[in-house]
Design a protein around this ligand. Structure first.
Ligand SMILES: Nc1nc2c(ncn2[C@@H]2O[C@H](COP(=O)(O)OP(=O)(O)OP(=O)(O)O)[C@@H](O)[C@H]2O)c(=O)[nH]1
Ligand SMILES: [Mg+2]
Ligand SMILES: [Zn+2]
Length: 293
């Protein structure tokens, strides 16, 4: 059978829009997928037949469950300089999760027009830069920083994620002509108590690659993460590997811990360390709870 290859960019029930370099085609999934327990999702590389049936889903490099996206290679974690105020505990969870999924995280601080000259948000961003993350600032209002964001997205499958109201959809609209993501004001959202963005679709970027908008969230479930592995997802802890007195040190309460020492010496930001400890305790409690189910 003659088959062509493409990438799923959106899906509604069993129909999928498949992007190819020659255009987008709408394909129907074979019933056999369901029998095999395969659910094609956006980002999947697929083979389809001349009669426009999806025939095969090619192996995935990553798979996010919520929102369901395959093969994403970069997560743009959006926060706002103000309104809403950044929730750093939530950001740290998100950073750990993307690293665990082997998705490259980029921190994008939007609404930079609201940042004052001596604004504490500047120090906060420096903490993340020092920890080794790529940090960008942008404003969809003034246009500053958008070129750097655009360059960062190019050629990758990008996922925009972050709390509601930080400007993910606004950014997508500025960066991608014709993105047409729905933008909502905060007051509208508070009244409705809902996010503006519903289900995810991949939008081809003019420079190559794709981007998906996702609905905002207020919490993130990390139950599948193992507490023993959490420290691997803190890039700034890595240079102290093997330097603690105890092998398998959790860096929470053990004596002669190189990580805790680095925190005392202000080589590791206390803010990040404290979020680590509370995340560690939370995941440990969750892991142990599931053990007895
Ligand atoms: N001051 C300022 N306001 C902005 C900026 N970007 C977006 N906004 C406003 O922030 C509000 C929320 O923007 P959205 O793009 O809908 O936010 P979102 O992150 O997509 O929200 P959800 O879809 O609910 O997750 C809107 O009122 C925008 O006009 C910016 O750079 N500066
Ligand atoms: Mg949105
Ligand atoms: Zn330690």
């Amino acid at each position: 059978m003659d088959m062509k290859e493409g990438i799923i960019i959106s899906g509604v029930s069993s129909f999928y829009d498949v992007w190819t370099s020659e255009g987008t085609v709408r394909c129907k999934a074979r019933g056999s997928f369901r029998k095999l327990g395969i659910t094609p999702v956006i980002g999947d590389h697929v083979l389809y037949s001349e009669k426009l049936y999806l025939e095969r889903v090619l192996p995935r490099t990553s798979l996010l469950i919520r929102p369901p996206v395959a093969n994403a290679d970069q997560a743009v974690l959006v926060i706002a300089a103000h309104t809403p105020e950044p929730n750093l505990a939530l950001l740290d969870r998100f950073l750990a999760q993307t690293l665990e999924q082997k998705i490259h995280p980029v921190l994008c601080c939007n609404k930079w027009d609201l940042a004052q000259p001596e604004d504490p948000i500047r120090d906060v961003l420096d903490v993340y830069r020092a920890a080794g993350f790529t940090v960008l600032t942008a404003s969809t209002l003034t246009g500053e920083g958008l070129d750097a964001v655009k360059a960062q997205l190019s050629g990758r499958i990008n996922l925009f994620a972050g709390p509601s109201g930080v400007g993910k959809s606004s950014l997508m609209n500025c960066l991608i002509p014709g993105a047409e993501q729905k933008v909502g004001t905060l007051s509208e959202k508070i009244q409705r108590g809902k996010n503006t963005t519903r289900h995810a679709r991949l939008i081809p970027l003019p420079e190559g690659g794709f981007a998906a908008d996702t609905p905002g969230f207020t919490s993130l479930y990390l139950g599948h993460l193992k507490y023993q592995e959490l420290e691997q997802y803190y890039p700034e802890f890595q240079e102290y590997r093997g330097m603690c007195r105890f092998r398998g040190c959790s860096h929470v309460s053990e004596p002669d811990c190189a990580v805790q020492e680095a925190v005392r010496e202000e080589k590791i930001a206390r803010l990040r360390y404290e979020n680590y400890v509370s995340l560690y305790k939370e995941i440990k409690a969750e892991n142990e709870e599931h053990q007895y189910e």
